[in-house]
Design a protein around this ligand. Structure first.
Ligand code: F6P
Length: 341
């Protein structure tokens, strides 16, 4: 078989592990030819290919980013995009494609599959908000990075008697904020799933600083929002793909805490630091398992499915069941974050 391979959307650690697994399993077990596309769906539309062999995947396992490059580009959203994808599939004589991506890339994969291309998808996003899988590639590394940052900020908060606000990624779901918040022992965790009340935060911080400790860590997911009708108004400017262009919630929360309490307050925005560097062993293993499972599925003739982790097992879920959905942090996990604050 000739199999096209791409990584789309935001990059994350662990992508190279998945690419390596697809090439090794595809070539080794089945004798397939793997054709990589540069920069996600954009490369498919432009016919921008990198033939992949064993030499291309040497030593990539511990390396962050993606050796294929990536882009936020959705063929179904551009004029003639799907036709251009089909033309490339025909020109490269592809029997199937493996697409590694988050919600946008998976949605595009579903559209391209509807146009007649055999597709198996692999979920990746540090936000961990892809429906249908317990874990997505990149999330574990991001939580590690955010937890380490919170630990570091902790000691300086205590030394200076400050409130430290740490803004982490998570546009639609608060997985990183809640997990790193629990692991780092944050006093307050704000996630999109649970709109916050600034009055309650002020009261809590005043009480803590008076009665317990004169410092606090507040972890804010970038998609956290104040409760409607509450005492803090908030607007953000979002880009074409829902990315935040202006007005970070961390800035607002930090300024509001300082204004209301008079406490010495500092903001740390972790940003793309969470998406870079070495993947953890968990992400390397997850990427490897998903890569092997995707090749096995394609070779069996499966299509329009996504590899997913359910408990201890890698399974396949229909793309139609998950496309366009957001996996939110469950109430139980939010409760733990709040209970330990
Ligand atoms: O989708 C993953 C993510 O890391 C989000 O948490 C974040 O809002 C976004 O990507 C940033 O995107 P970009 O790299 O395009 O600025």
């Amino acid at each position: 078989m000739r199999i096209g391979l791409l990584t789309g959307g935001g990059d994350c650690p662990g992508l190279n592990a998945a690419i390596r697994a697809v090439v090794k399993q595809g070539m080794g077990e089945y004798g397939h030819t793997i054709i990589g596309f540069r920069n996600g769906w954009k490369g498919v539309v432009d016919g921008d290919i990198i033939p992949l062999g064993r030499q291309d995947i040497r030593n990539v396992l511990p390396v962050g980013g993606t050796l294929l490059g990536t882009a936020r580009f959705h063929p179904h959203a551009s004029d003639g995009g799907i036709d251009a994808v089909l033309a490339t599939v025909e020109a490269e004589r592809l029997d199937a494609m493996i697409c590694i991506g988050g919600d946008g890339t998976l949605h595009a994969a579903s559209k391209v599959a509807d146009a007649g291309v055999n597709i198996v998808a692999i979920p990746k996003t540090i936000d961990n908000d892809v429906e249908g899988t317990d874990l997505s590639i990149g999330f574990h590394t991001a939580v590690n990075i955010a937890t380490e940052a919170i630990d570091r900020v902790h000691t300086t908060a205590e030394s200076h008697n400050r409130v430290m606000v740490v803004e982490v990624m998570g546009r639609h779901a608060g997985w990183i904020a809640v997990n790193a918040g629990i692991a780092g022992g944050a006093e307050v965790v704000l996630a999109p799933e649970d709109p916050f009340d600034m009055d309650a935060i002020e009261k809590f911080l005043r009480h803590r600083h008076r009665a317990h400790a004169n410092f606090s860590i507040v972890v804010v997911a970038e998609g956290a929002v104040p409760r409607e009708g509450g005492s803090m108004e908030f607007t953000q400017e979002l880009g074409k793909y829902g990315e935040i262009i202006a007005g970070s919630i961390g800035e607002r929360v930090s300024a509001e805490i300082a204004r209301r309490t008079g406490f010495d307050t500092r903001l740390t925005v972790l940003g793309h630091v969470q998406r870079g560097g070495e993947p953890t062993p968990t992400d390397r293993i997850l990427g490897s398992r998903f890569g092997v499972a995707a090749v096995d599925a394609i070779s069996r003739g499966e299509s329009k499915v996504m590899t997913a982790l359910r408990g201890e097992s890698v399974v396949l879920v229909p793309l139609d069941e998950i496309a366009g959905k957001v996996k939110h942090v469950p109430a139980e996990l939010l409760r733990v974050a709040h209970a330990l604050s």
